[in-house]
Write a protein that binds this ligand. Structure first.
Ligand code: HEM
Length: 495
């Protein structure tokens, strides 16, 4: 009996201690005089994300919207981790481009370098001097002259896309992301490795043997594992090691290493990298492949979707490409013609405003620095400034910024005209490619390959919803990179 009582007492004490600990960590910001939402035990302010109900971008957007008077908000990520969500455009600039960059340059992602040897060569994942070295290796691949040398790979894939669509998709509903992934894999296999990925074959049998489709199509697709993997990647290195999570699965790592050994024909990224002393070929090949296909495929799929919803925009894209084609003898895939397709490019930027591939950038403080007072109406020089502690995550809520009516009038409307005159990088209002020293180095290539496919399709077809009564496309709440929940179902009609 006494033993039972003691046991009950112990359980009670443990429960009280856990409760006290939770409320102590949940008062982290209150104790520092920083405003923000009250978190719940363990899940902080991200319960809906942890339950697979909302994407992390939507959760951050809600916190952003609910605190209009603040430059930044103190809140709690999963596992009650205190974090700061930055709202002020000037502060965003400070963190991404300005004097605070050196204090929070690293992306807050958990990838184990031992388990994930190839993924850890990605500059997005690396930190410090290693990041500088890896990025310096890759940047020369994306100069304007290298981009021109890469365009023939893009044009070749577009030439395969045309008959593929003609034979397989015309008059049939199709899933736009699946088609776009075939195309971007075809481009990147050719541009990076000098190989034919057989993703856009006329011959269905040959295509069925495409290892590229087999290995890479499932990698970013939402599945039962997506949520724990996203949580491990963004919130918990402990969970990552319990799950033994690999961003690039081991079998894919082996396949990639074999590929690097057997390829590298002239005029490919690998050949150019091979000419550089000491560059890590297999690691860089993995980066180029993974960064090169998924984000651009998602962009192409969402752009086709937005055009199917916005007929007047589609008419204007059609008019522009007819006019530019006239000046270039019907050919739109050369460097000069692509550069003249400014409205088509604005359409892609507007698509990324509404559907950014990364719904938030998340940076970790590696050197303590000071933020000004939290409230807009407080003098920045007063002593209500905040000393950001080492290890704190700063969330830059891309999706919320892109949908802020103070920054974009009628933010839910699809209006490419917004980007016709403005340079997208200005003022850190457009963060689909990040900004500053860590900004996406492949932006020009990503836009060029997507634009080339878009105009190839629209030269011959108009694009429509597969079913006029279908509900709007929903974003998966489970994945790190934006993905659609049920696919993007469209139809093409001959013009
Ligand atoms: C539409 C297509 C693309 C989008 C929307 C996109 C978006 C992004 C974003 C948001 C980042 C993170 C920036 C930051 O941390 O502040 C990034 C980083 C990166 N992207 Fe892209 N990207 C695209 C295409 C590409 C392509 C085609 C390549 C190369 C083949 C590429 C290579 C990289 C690399 C290497 C990084 C890491 C840079 C660093 O941390 O220094 N991206 N991208």
């Amino acid at each position: 009996m006494l033993l039972l009582l003691l046991l009950l007492l112990l359980v009670l004490l443990l429960a009280l201690a856990a409760r006290w600990r939770a409320s102590w960590s949940n008062s982290h910001w209150r104790r520092r005089g920083i405003c923000g939402p009250q978190g719940c035990p363990l899940l902080g302010n991200m319960a809906l994300f942890a339950l697979g109900q909302r994407s992390y971008g939507e959760v951050y957007a809600q916190i952003y919207r609910e605190h209009p008077g603040l430059r930044y908000v103190g809140f709690y990520r999963l596992f009650n981790e205190p974090a700061l969500l930055v709202r002020d455009e000037r502060l965003l600039r400070e963190v991404l481009v300005g004097s605070s960059f050196a204090c929070c340059a690293d992306n807050a992602v958990n990838v184990d370098a031992q388990r994930d040897v190839l993924a850890s060569c990605n500059p997005f994942i690396a930190s410090g001097d290693r990041w500088r070295k890896l990025r310096a290796d890759l940047v020369p691949l994306f100069t304007p002259s290298r981009l021109r040398q890469t365009l023939p790979h893009v044009a070749a894939a577009c030439q395969q896309l045309r008959p593929f669509v003609e034979r397989r998709l015309i008059r049939e509903r199709f899933e736009a992301k699946a088609l776009a992934t075939r195309y971007t894999l075809q481009v990147i296999a050719s541009a990076a490795f000098g190989l034919d990925a057989h993703c856009l074959c006329q011959d269905e049998q040959q295509e069925q043997g495409s290892e590229w489709l087999e290995w890479l199509v499932p990698l970013f697709q939402p599945s039962a594992w997506s949520l724990p993997e996203t949580i491990a990647l963004l919130h918990s290195s402990r969970l990552a090691s319990i799950l033994q999570h690999r961003y690039v699965p081991l079998s894919l790592q082996h396949w990639l290493c074999d590929l690097v050994r057997t390829s590298a024909s002239a005029n490919s990224f690998l050949r150019w990298l091979g000419e550089q002393q000491g560059s890590d070929l297999a690691g860089h090949a993995t980066t180029l492949l993974l960064e090169g296909y998924e984000t651009s495929a998602m962009l192409l799929a969402f752009a086709l979707y937005e055009l199917s919803l916005n007929e007047s925009v589609q008419r204007r894209v059609h008019a522009e490409l007819t006019e530019v084609a006239k000046r270039h003898g019907g050919l739109l895939l050369g460097h000069a013609a692509l550069a003249e397709l400014r409205y088509a490019e604005a359409t892609l930027l507007e698509t990324l405003r509404l559907h950014p591939a990364m719904q938030a950038l998340q940076k970790r403080c590696t050197k303590s620095f000071t933020l000004p007072a939290q409230r807009w109406d407080t003098d920045t020089e007063t002593d209500s400034s905040l000393q950001v502690a080492l290890g704190t995550v700063l969330v830059l809520p891309v999706q919320a910024i892109h949908l802020d009516p103070q920054l974009y009038a009628e933010p839910l409307k699809f209006q490419p005209e917004r980007f016709m005159d403005a340079s997208p990088g200005l003022g850190c209002r457009f963060l689909a490619f990040g900004a500053g020293p860590r900004m996406c180095p492949g932006m020009r290539l990503g836009l060029a390959q997507t634009k080339a496919a878009l105009v190839t399709l629209l030269q011959d077809y108009s694009v429509h919803l597969a079913d006029q009564r279908q509900p709007p496309v929903q974003v998966s709440p489970l994945t790190f990179l934006t993905a659609s929940k049920q696919g993007i179902w469209l139809q093409l009609r001959k013009r």
